[in-house]
Each structure stands twice: as structure tokens, then as C-alpha cells.
Design a binder for this molecule. Structure first.
Ligand SMILES: NC(=O)c1ccc[n+]([C@@H]2O[C@H](COP(=O)([O-])OP(=O)(O)OC[C@H]3O[C@@H](n4cnc5c(N)ncnc54)[C@H](O)[C@@H]3O)[C@@H](O)[C@H]2O)c1
Length: 179
């Protein structure tokens, strides 16, 4: 028996990079995997490579409505979601003097907002199933500054491991959802 046999996973930013590798590894372990990404063609390509265990879901994680629609589509197709991997993320290196308002907003909307609203969308279904797992990617750079990235690197570390980690914890406490 494979370790994820019978499980359904949704991986944000699953079309390429680390997300794609997670999709492939989970499918190898027997999971059915929803490849969720804003890049439709690449998401379909990655999902197709997983055969019947793959499903492409087009979503921009900065749009809570699109996330909810995508989550509902996966739940309708496979009956629920057991694992959410909050992988979608962007990072643009720039010294603090060159950070624009738009860069700042986009980075927070994807990396922080995406993590919050994707988690929010899957928790009700996980509660009904009696549990689940939410896995959040961040970077060691959130703890240790690097030249050129100082203005923007701590945001997910702060969310996931310091203040927000506790905020995310309360709504799922006692529901059997690991994070
Ligand atoms: N690669 C590294 O060295 C590294 C280091 C530390 C942390 N990380 C984190 O790991 C994660 C994956 O990194 P990667 O290197 O594979 O990145 P990548 O750029 O190769 O892939 C990111 C994926 O996320 C998708 N994506 C971006 N914005 C999105 C949005 N708004 N909605 C839905 N999907 C979106 C992209 O289309 C892409 O498929 C990121 O969260 C990143 O911050 C990566």
C-alpha cells in the first residue's frame, strides 16, 4: 500500500517548479492530485502527466472566489480534499529603494493571501471528512535577510510561524487538521 493511497491533494502553483515535483511525488505515492495554477496550459500538461490521478484546476490564489470555485470543482470530482499544499509563491529580488507599491501588494496577495484563502476554502470540507493536512511553503530567507531581498522576505515566515501561524491554528484546532 502506498503512503497516500486514497488521499486527494490540491497543490497551488502545481504546474511547475517545486509544486510540480510535489504533484509528481504525491501521485507516485498513490494520491489523486489537483494541479492548481494560473497557468492553464502548464497545469493541464502537468496534470495529464499524472494520468487518471491528475486534474488541472485553473485558479489565481489572489482571488478568493476563484479559489472557492476550484476547491468545489475538486470536491465534486473526487469527493473531498485531504491535503492542501500552499506552494504558489512569487519573489522578486529588489533593493528596498526600488520596491513599488504594486510589487509589494502582489507579493503579499500571492504569498500570504493565497495561503490564507486557500486554507479557508478547504477547512470546511476537511472538517466534514474528519481531518486533513495543510502544508505551507516558506523560505529560510524569512529568518535570515539577504542583500536585495530585505524588504520582502519575511512575510510568510511571519504569517506561518509567528503571528499568523497561531491565527491559522485556532479555527482548525480539534478538527484533526494538521498544519
Ligand atoms: N525555488 C527556491 O529556491 C525556493 C526557496 C524558498 C522558497 N521557495 C518557495 O517555494 C514555492 C515554489 O517555488 P518555485 O521555485 O517552485 O517557484 P516557481 O516560480 O518555479 O513556481 C511557482 C508556481 O506558482 C504559480 N503561481 C504564481 N502565482 C500564482 C497565483 N497567483 N495563483 C496560482 N499560481 C500561481 C506559478 O504559475 C508557478 O507554476 C514558492 O512559494 C517559493 O516562494 C522556493
Amino acid at each position: 500500500m502506498k503512503r497516500l493511497e486514497g488521499k486527494v491533494a490540491l497543490v497551488t502553483g502545481g504546474a511547475r517548479g517545486i509544486g510540480r515535483a510535489v504533484c509528481e511525488a504525491y501521485a507516485d505515492e498513490g494520491a489523486r492530485v489537483a494541479v492548481a495554477d494560473l497557468l492553464e496550459a502548464e497545469a493541464v500538461h502537468t496534470a495529464d502527466a499524472l494520468g487518471e490521478n491528475g486534474m488541472a484546476v485553473v485558479m489565481d490564489v489572489t482571488d478568493p472566489d476563484a479559489i472557492r470555485t476550484g476547491v468545489k470543482a475538486v470536491e465534486a470530482h473526487w469527493g473531498g480534499i485531504d491535503i492542501l499544499v500552499n506552494n504558489a509563491g512569487i519573489f522578486k529580488m529588489a533593493p528596498i529603494g526600488q520596491v513599488t507599491r504594486e510589487d509589494y501588494r502582489r507579493q503579499f496577495d500571492v504569498n500570504v493571501g493565497g495561503t490564507i484563502f486557500a486554507s479557508q476554502a478547504v477547512v470546511p470540507g476537511m472538517r466534514k471528512r474528519g481531518g486533513g493536512a495543510i502544508i505551507n511553503l516558506a523560505s529560510q530567507a524569512g529568518k535570515r535577510g539577504e542583500p536585495g531581498g530585505k524588504a520582502r522576505r519575511g512575510e510568510r515566515h511571519d504569517l506561518l510561524f509567528d503571528q499568523g501561524g497561531r491565527h491559522l491554528h485556532h479555527p482548525v484546532a480539534g478538527a484533526g487538521i494538521r498544519k
